[in-house]
Design a protein around this ligand. Structure first.
Ligand SMILES: [Zn+2]
Length: 61
């Protein structure tokens, strides 16, 4: 299952995700996004974890 398929199975549109920070490798954590200002795409609460995924046709998110 691709990252995009996994996201869709969780009800997340991968094209709605923010672009990954430049240079962040796949599946790396984005700690700079955990400052309380980045909402969870599932519930809207401040995100507690992030990761970089590859979305075909849309690059890294
Ligand atoms: Zn959530």
């Amino acid at each position: 299952m691709s990252d995009a398929d996994l996201l869709r199975s969780l009800g997340v549109d991968p094209f709605q995700l923010d672009p990954a920070p430049p240079g962040a490798p796949r599946q790396s954590a984005g700690a700079e996004r955990l400052d309380g200002n980045h909402p969870c795409v599932g519930c809207g609460q401040p995100a507690r974890a992030t990761g970089v995924v590859t979305v075909p046709g849309s690059g890294r998110r």
